[in-house]
Design a protein around this ligand. Sequence first.
Ligand SMILES: [Zn+2]
Length: 255
Amino acid sequence: MDKESHKSFRINVGVQGPVGHFQGKRRSRQREDEVKIGWLWTLLILSVATAAAQQEPVPVDQEPHHHVVLKNDSVLVLHVILPPGETTLYHTHTRDRVSVALTSTMLAQQKLGEPEGKPGMTHPGSISAIPNDGPYTHRLHNLGPATFEVIDVEFFQRPEHPSETAAAPVAAENPSARVYNWPLAPGASTPLHTHERPYLILAVTPMLLKMTGPDGSSMTHEVKAGDFHWVDTKVTHSLTNSGTTEGQIVEIELK
Ligand SMILES: [Zn+2]
């Protein structure tokens, strides 16, 4: 199919009646074919244009900038990496979730069927605990200057009987999870606390992280921003920033 047949469609539509009437049968059929082909071509263009205007939303774990970094019976963890100038596909969230931003950039979001919202700066370590009130479809647009990175933790089922005790002061929560936020100056430690339920420990910043048990035994890990570990046993510990720069750890615990 080329430009010519499209052009001939436009000409034929204008003269279809008279041409059909005055020309011989063979010529007329040829014109009809051209019209038919022209119509198909136009429908194709229209459907491509419609697809471009409103892309079919995908489930969040199929959006190309959302990288699945953990999936188990309890959680789906996605590491979103969106370079400056890029836009995600429209994608749908269907679960309670907690998101923790890792970088600072100018980000706009757009709900399906609405204009793009006002852009705002993202802040490393900012936490959102979003309850699922039905499918939520949107896309994200990074207006720069840095790559947008966020860790998104989604919970497969709300607990029937949520745990009653929190391990520490709650920074954010939804029906599925509680979030504990530990900004740690160099040398600072959290109080000793107990996780009764499975949790995910996430580094928002690079840090030399020391974890100390009630008996004083400890482990030290060099962690990077975005590193995380899923723990599904009961744990009592304190966390210490053993490095020389400000650090932040976030713990996301099932209710
Ligand atoms: Zn902890």
